[in-house]
Design a protein around this ligand. Structure first.
Ligand code: ATP
Ligand code: ATP
Ligand code: MG
Ligand code: MG
Ligand code: MG
Ligand code: MG
Length: 280
């Protein structure tokens, strides 16, 4: 189509490709969720319903974007790792970022009543997003270690802070003051001796965050799942064959995958050693 005499303005739309063969991590973060959580009476320090809603929205994104192999969520944020050779939307940055962010946001809003049935939304929540490229598996592992370490640091602080406020009768200002200069060991000790809270026994979801892992379904289980009702989590995805030479358009083996939710350690080697395909 030739188009109108106005069509030349299209030329001002510049391409925004993401470097081929680099790992893409997309991180979303709730806008002003400090306020959103207080306006909607989230349980402090951790509202489990709100965390489950985040997990649900993230799973929805992974059901649409089969190239996302791993996701990590804590608080009001979620990180998504795309497989290295993903060619989703021809690696157009804005297209990927805006579509994922808006899908996550609408899913969060859409499913809100299911998780917080007695708390109507007072206004529309939003999320910001960014995509960062990482050159090698090392940075990707360190990225996820960084987010999980952050989860732990924040949760330990917040758990102690809210114990001081809700059980210790301190004002929030006093609690901040009490915690000033304390190290991790002090907080563990304070929780245990003053509030009988053994930090290590708190739910793993709070301490470790949420990990959504795309896993291949073994062929035997696949045959079974085809005759049964197919769960919305089970879908055909393109998992890159391990032998594919880097940067060449990969030969795709169509493998059915499922997305599982875990709250495990992803800082140590064990998680990654048993899932080499995540970084292939
Ligand atoms: P910004 O717009 O800059 O991200 P923010 O208010 O969202 O600002 P964050 O640093 O992202 O600030 O922190 C999110 C805040 O949302 C947390 O500090 C916490 O107060 C609250 N929050 C998020 N999820 C939960 C939850 N599941 N339970 C309780 N509070 C939560
Ligand atoms: P893409 O994801 O690439 O944008 P698309 O299906 O959204 O694909 P568009 O080129 O954006 O394609 O066109 C949007 C289409 O949505 C229109 O062609 C039309 O069929 C439909 N549509 C959008 N708004 C309306 C409307 N108000 N009434 C009827 N149809 C509509
Ligand atoms: Mg932010
Ligand atoms: Mg935020
Ligand atoms: Mg945040
Ligand atoms: Mg459209």
């Amino acid at each position: 189509m030739a188009g109108s005499k106005f069509a030349y303005v299209r030329n001002f739309e510049l391409p925004d490709p993401l470097l081929p063969g680099a790992f893409m991590i997309l991180r979303l973060d709730g806008h002003a969720f400090h306020r959103l959580s207080s306006e909607h009476d989230f349980t402090k320090p951790n509202d489990e319903r709100a965390l489950q809603l985040m997990d649900h929205a993230a799973r929805g994104v992974m059901n649409e974007f089969k190239d996302i192999v791993l996701a990590f969520g804590e608080s009001d944020e979620y990180s998504f790792l795309f497989r290295k050779l993903s060619n989703v939307y021809n690696r157009r940055q804005a297209k990927i970022l805006t579509t994922v962010t808006s899908m996550f946001t609408s899913s969060y809003v859409y499913h809100w009543p299911q998780y917080l049935p007695d708390t109507p939304l007072k206004y529309p929540p939003s999320f910001d997003g960014r995509i960062v490229l990482y050159p090698s598996a090392k940075e990707v592992r360190d990225y996820f270690a960084w987010r999980q370490a952050d989860t732990h640091i924040n949760n330990l602080y917040n758990t102690t802070f809210w114990a001081l406020v809700l059980q210790g009768g301190e004002t929030t200002t006093q609690a901040h003051e009490t915690l000033k200069g304390t190290v991790s060991k002090d907080k563990h000790e304070m929780l245990f001796s003053r509030f009988s809270i053994n930090y290590n026994l708190l739910p793993a979801r709070y301490r470790k965050g949420s990990i959504l892992i795309r896993e291949p379904i073994p062929p035997a289980a696949q045959a079974h799942s085809e005759s049964a009702i197919v769960s919305p989590d089970v879908s055909t995805a393109e998992v890159q064959a391990a032998s594919t030479p880097a940067l060449k358009p990969e030969k795709k083996a169509r493998v059915k995958t499922t997305v599982i939710l875990a709250h495990c350690d992803i800082i140590g080697d064990e998680f990654w050693a048993s899932r080499e395909y995540l970084l292939a």
